[in-house]
Structures are given as structure tokens and as C-alpha cells.
Design a protein around this ligand. Structure first.
Ligand SMILES: [Zn+2]
Length: 702
């Protein structure tokens, strides 16, 4: 272990840090922060290829994932406050710990704080002040509850929902709304009305009829009743209310599209005028809704699910005003529980995390507070993070690798045997139009209109939701901002946006062990090269391929090429459908197809880019030469597999199988390499071994 390596364990084990977690009062933060400032927090280092993470007793040709990650899995049991634990989430918590150090330094009132530092410091201080949160009880909700109670008739619902939606984080009350690029004209920002209003993670939780699904619904009803009791309702009334909520949510769920259907962009695009929406769903006063929410429905909007909108209207006609009020009371409390006093927090945890995901204890308060600063003031926090942890050299190196991956993609498209020149020209044009965004935004978001108070945590959360709603609404009718990011720089993740046609790599996803400047090229290409290739391939997966280079939903494929693509995508779907997630649950590969295609394409691109890289060419003079007992090619594949090392609780696996478009980590590794002859060659695998497919069975798209 080198001197500069500080492990996660030692960072958390520091007595001062533990004391800080244990106390929550503002006075305590202030005194601890002053002490903590003396030894600045630093990020721990884990190497980009971790030999200790491996289990060399396993044959990689049978199970590369366990060969590369078996040691990691043993050494990293799932912390009690997590439902899964992997290289990404561990790094995310390390980043969060690092950010906590920054926020503790900025929390005390000081004249030296910039306006940005003042906002994030005060937000964090207010959030950590659990005494004040506890003392407030359910009082912060009383204003909203009074407005719901005072609703005179159903016609007034439009205005009330418009206001509630702007102030509430979550999936929407009764339905959701937002702002998006018009799918048919990506240069235009429009409003959207979407399905929503559910308290369980997905509509399938309400519609499935197996024993487990029924058990979840029974437990959910009990959870609703307990929350209603916390609002002050007598036991019997709370039980009756839970039945009402369940009936309303079940009807919303039944008319909502499945997650698989929602992957089809044509199924969620219906350009409508406000008049058309009013005719489709006459029971809600949509003009009043739009006025109160600040959204503008001109010249048109997207009603993403027409059936949902008309059924919502029918439901509003059917349900009594009193029952609708009951639902709203519940929905406001459920979406706010996390920000209220301990009774609400404990009930929210017990159902949503302990029961549904298998988590043993709730996250410490500071982890939640850092996460909420990240959500509500993410780019103010991002300035601090980037200034400390994102050297220009990392940005340049990541950009260089991205350009190599794009060159590989260009060559692969040019060489495709199944695609006609016509469609190839379109694909190449789309590829050339991809924008690379690496690290952090060109312009930082201006949060100055957002009022943050040191003594009003709940108010800060509400005002932040309102600020975000208005910021989004203000985009309608303005040119698209192509420099905007959907993730903050301190997020350990990456994404492709089909309508902006850009790939985005936040600074924190370019940290070791994912991207490691101290490491040789092979594992870096296997890991981060694969991530870059993954995001780029999303532009060409079964969903992304339906958008053109300008971000418009437009069919640029000849019918023959589309058919050829579908056959190859079906190969991937068939392969992953055979994998078991947990117990009798198989991968729903219609849901995971886009990610599985991106995983496969990404690693093929990473391999090609690595082969072509000058540094690699120099190192590969002797392909049999070994480092740490591994050849260069083997280091590439171990580096690849180690991005996904992790452990997952069975409850979480079951929940993810319904809602997560990603396959479980093991298959994101083993499923990919079984299609790569380069892998079989690297480890001298024999025909017939588990991860060696015969050439005729291999899936290859891009
Ligand atoms: Zn992806």
C-alpha cells in the first residue's frame, strides 16, 4: 500500500468524522468543521487494475466476472445502509464523503464565502440541523394540506395540481409534466404531459398477480395507512384511506405504458394542442394547470400517453372530491416524508428501502444531505469539486480516448457487411454530429434567484423544486441549450442524450479506479474506453438508432437495413433472456436490450481503439510479455470486468429486474465477452467452454 493511499475504511474510521455523523446539531457541525478543516479531506485511491480484487482460482473462460471480481466481492460486503455495493457506488460514496468535507468547511457563516459557497454551505447546514427538522414535525406540510382540504370543487384541481407539481420532487401527483425537445423537431423545446402519480416504483407492481406482487401490495397498503396516521388520522380512517389511495393508483397504473413500451419513442410522442388535450381529458382544467405550473402549451405540447390522459380524466369524473383529496394528501406526504421528522423518515425507510430493497439501516443523515445539495445546487457544488479534483490533463486524456473510440466506430460502420451504403452514409453523418462533453459544463448554472435559508430545510427543498420547475419552463420557446448537462460533475455515471446527440462524462466518472492515470493503457481502455464506447453505441442501439444526427425522431434506415439490424438485436435479446436474475426471475431482455447492445458495442470499440493506440503499439511488441502475471490483452479484459465488481441484495435484484434497464453486473461482463473471439484468444479458451460461443452463434451489431 503506497503512502498516498487512504482507504474508504480509514476515512470513515476517523474519530472526528464519526463524531460528526453521530451529532446533527448546527453547533456541532460548526465546531467539527473547524477541526476538520485542518486536515483537508482527500479522495482515496484504488488502482485501475486491482490484483487483490481477482480470484485466480476461477477459470476466466468459464466466468470472467468472478475471476476478475471474486476477491472484491469477498472483501466488500454490502454496507447495511446499501441495497447493493459495487465499484461505482463505492466510488460515489467516496466522492460524497469528499464533498461532505468541502460542505463542512463552507457551512459556518463566514465573510469569505462566495455567493455559491454560501448557498451550498447554508443548505447543508440547514439539512444537518436535525433538531430543527425534528421540532418542525409535520408542520412544513400544513400549508399544502390546507390547500388540498380547501379545494372547493374538481374544477379547481387544475390550478392546485399546477402549483403542487412545481413544488414537489418526484413522479408527479396524479400525472407528471415536464419540458423536452420536440421529438420531431429537436430544435424546439415544448411542454409534455406524462403518466405518473404512482407511489410504487412501476406500474407492474400494481398489475402483476403473482404471490410476491400481492404481498408487496398488502405491505404497501399498510405503509400508506401508517403515513396517514402520522398525519394525525385515527387508525380506522387511515385504513380506509389506504384503500382509496390503492384504488386510485391501481387505475393510474393500469392505464400507464409498461417500461418496455416506453422504450419505443413513437409510443410516447403525440403532438397535441391545448384544445386537443382539453377534449381528450375534459375533466381537468388544463388552461388553469398550465398557468399555475408556469408551463406553456404553445404552439403545441407532447401528450406522451394519450390513453393515460383520457383514463385520468375518466377517473377524475368517477372519484369523489373527498377521495381525490385523500389521494393528494397521501401523495404530498409520501413525496415529502424524507425531508420531515424522524417518524416520517423511519416509515419511508422501512417500506421503500428496507422492505422493497433489503437495506438494513437508513443512510446516515450527511449522505442524504450531500445528495440533496447535489440535486438542488449541483453546479454550485460542481465548481468546488472540479476545482479540486479534475485536472486539465484528465480532461485532455479522456477527450483523446473519446476521439479514438469515435474513429473506431467510423471504421466499424464503414466495414459493416450487412448495411447498405445509403444507410451507412446516414450513420456516419450521425456519428460525425455527436458532441463530446467531458468533465463539467462550459457555463455554470446560475442559482441566484433561489433563496436558501439556514433555518428552513423543508423550505429550501420546496423552493429548489420550484426553481427547477421554472428554469425548465423558461426553456419553452427558446433555442435549445446544447451545453447543458443532465448530470452534475460529481456524478459517478455517464450518459448519451439521443436528442442532443451528445455523450457526457462527468468528472467523477473519470476518477480511479475507473480511469487511472497511474495505470497502463490496457485496463484503462477496457474500463473507461468501454464506457465511452457504451455511450456512443447508445446513439445506435434499438432505441437510439431511431433518431438522426440532429436529434429528430426520423427513420433514416432503408427497410432492408432496419430488418438486418433487428435480426442482430434479436440475437442479443435472446442471449440475455436466458440469464437468471434471482430465484425464478429471468432478465426481461426487451427492457435491457438497449443497454446490452451498448455494452457489447462499447467493448468492441474499446478493443479496436486500444489496438490502434500508439502507446499500445509500442507496448505490444511482445504480446506474450506479462505484467502481474497477465498479458496486455488479459489486462484489457480484467480492467473491463472490474468496472462492474459488486454485490447485490436479492431484494434489490428482484426490484431491479422490473425497473432497471441494465442487466445484472455479472452478465454485463460475461454476456459481452462470450461474443468476443478476442477474449477467447486472450485467455486461450477452448471451444465448448461457457464463455466461448461458436462463431455462428456470436451476436455482433456494430
Ligand atoms: Zn447505458
Amino acid at each position: 500500500m503506497s503512502a498516498d493511499r487512504c482507504t474508504y475504511g480509514t476515512a470513515l474510521g476517523c474519530a472526528r468524522v464519526l463524531a460528526l455523523v453521530a451529532c446533527g446539531a448546527l453547533a456541532c457541525i460548526t465546531s467539527c468543521a473547524v477541526a476538520a478543516a485542518a486536515d483537508a479531506v482527500s479522495l482515496p485511491y484504488s488502482p485501475g487494475l486491482d490484483l487483490k480484487a481477482m480470484d485466480r482460482s476461477v477459470d476466466p473462460c468459464t466466468d470472467l466476472y468472478t475471476y476478475a471480481c471474486g476477491g472484491w466481492q469477498k472483501a466488500n460486503p454490502i454496507p447495511p445502509e446499501q441495497s447493493s455495493w459495487d465499484v461505482y457506488s463505492k466510488l460515489a460514496i467516496e466522492v460524497r464523503t469528499f464533498l461532505k468535507g468541502i460542505l463542512e468547511q463552507l457551512a459556518p457563516v463566514a465573510a469569505s464565502r462566495s455567493p455559491e459557497q454560501q448557498r451550498i454551505g447554508d443548505y447543508f447546514a440547514a439539512c444537518m440541523n436535525v433538531d430543527a427538522v425534528e421540532a418542525a414535525g409535520s408542520a412544513p406540510l400544513q400549508g399544502e394540506l390546507a390547500r388540498i382540504a380547501g379545494l372547493p370543487d374538481k374544477r379547481a384541481l387544475g390550478a392546485l395540481l399546477g402549483a403542487l407539481h412545481t413544488r414537489t420532487w418526484g413522479s408527479g401527483l396524479l400525472f407528471a409534466s415536464g419540458v423536452e425537445q420536440d421529438a420531431r423537431d429537436a430544435s424546439r423545446m415544448i411542454a409534455s404531459v406524462d403518466a405518473g402519480g404512482l407511489g410504487l416504483p412501476d406500474r407492474d407492481y400494481y398489475t402483476k398477480q403473482d404471490a410476491k406482487a400481492r404481498e408487496i401490495r398488502t405491505r404497501y397498503r399498510a405503509h400508506i395507512a401508517r403515513v396517514m396516521t402520522l398525519l394525525g388520522e385515527p387508525h380506522a380512517a387511515a385504513q380506509a384511506d389506504a384503500m382509496v389511495v390503492m384504488r386510485i393508483e391501481t387505475a393510474l397504473a393500469a392505464s400507464s405504458l409498461t417500461m418496455v413500451d416506453k422504450r419505443d419513442p413513437y409510443k410516447v410522442y403525440h403532438r397535441s394542442t391545448l384544445d386537443e388535450l382539453q377534449k381528450l381529458a375534459p375533466e381537468l382544467d388544463w388552461s388553469a394547470y398550465f398557468k399555475a405550473s408556469g408551463l406553456v402549451a404553445a404552439p403545441w405540447l407532447n401528450v406522451s400517453e394519450l390513453h393515460f390522459a383520457s383514463e385520468l380524466s375518466a377517473q377524475l369524473a368517477r372519484e369523489s372530491l373527498e377521495d381525490l383529496k385523500t389521494y393528494l394528501r397521501w401523495a404530498v406526504a409520501a413525496s415529502s416524508s424524507r425531508y420531515l421528522s424522524s417518524g416520517f423518515v423511519a416509515e419511508d425507510f422501512a417500506f421503500n428501502h428496507a422492505y422493497l430493497l433489503g437495506t438494513e439501516v437508513d443512510q446516515p443523515r450527511w449522505q442524504k444531505c450531500v445528495a440533496w445539495v447535489d440535486r438542488d445546487l449541483g453546479e454550485d457544488l460542481g465548481r468546488e469539486f472540479v476545482a479540486r479534483e479534475f485536472p486539465a490533463a484528465t480532461q485532455a486524456a479522456a477527450l483523446h480516448m473519446t476521439e479514438e473510440i469515435e474513429t473506431a466506430m467510423r471504421e466499424r460502420i464503414e466495414r459493416l457487411t450487412w448495411m447498405t451504403p445509403e444507410t451507412k452514409a446516414q450513420a456516419l453523418a450521425k456519428l460525425a454530429a455527436v458532441r463530446n462533453k467531458i468533465g463539467y459544463p462550459r457555463h455554470w448554472r446560475d442559482y441566484s434567484p433561489l433563496v436558501i435559508r439556514r433555518d428552513d430545510f423543508f423550505g429550501n427543498v420546496q423552493r429548489a423544486a420550484e426553481f427547477e420547475s421554472h428554469r425548465e419552463a423558461a426553456k419553452i420557446g427558446r433555442p435549445v441549450d446544447r451545453d447543458e448537462w443532465e448530470m452534475t460533475p460529481q456524478t459517478v455515471n455517464a450518459y448519451y442524450d439521443p436528442q442532443l446527440n451528445d455523450i457526457n462524462f462527468p468528472a467523477a466518472v473519470l476518477l480511479p479506479p475507473l480511469f487511472d492515470a497511474r495505470m497502463d493503457a490496457a485496463p484503462n481502455y477496457g474500463n473507461t474506453g468501454g464506457t465511452i464506447g457504451h455511450e456512443l453505441t447508445h446513439g445506435f442501439d434499438d432505441s437510439g438508432r431511431q433518431y438522426d444526427g440532429a436529434g429528430n425522431l426520423r427513420n433514416w434506415w432503408t427497410p432492408t437495413d432496419a430488418k438486418q439490424f433487428d435480426e442482430r438485436a434479436q440475437c442479443v435479446r435472446d442471449q440475455y433472456a436466458a440469464y437468471t436474475v434471482v430465484d425464478d426471475v429471468k432478465i426481461n431482455s426487451a427492457l435491457t436490450a438497449g443497454e446490452d447492445i451498448a455494452d457489447l458495442g462499447g467493448e468492441l470499440l474499446a478493443w479496436m481503439a486500444w489496438q490502434a493506440d500508439q502507446e499500445h503499439k509500442a507496448a505490444a511488441a511482445d504480446p506474450a510479455a506479462k505484467r502481474d502475471g497477465l498479458t496486455e490483452s488479459q489486462r484489457f479484459f480484467v480492467g473491463f470486468a472490474q468496472w462492474a465488481c459488486g454485490n447485490v441484495r436479492p431484494q434489490r435484484l428482484r426490484a431491479s429486474a422490473m425497473v432497471d434497464p441494465h442487466s445484472p453486473p455479472r452478465y454485463r461482463i460475461n454476456g459481452v465477452v462470450s461474443n468476443m473471439p478476442e477474449f477467447a484468444e486472450a485467455f486461450h479458451c477452448r471451444t465448448g467452454q461457457a464463455l466461448v460461443k461458436p462463431a455462428s452463434k456470436r451476436c455482433v451489431i456494430w
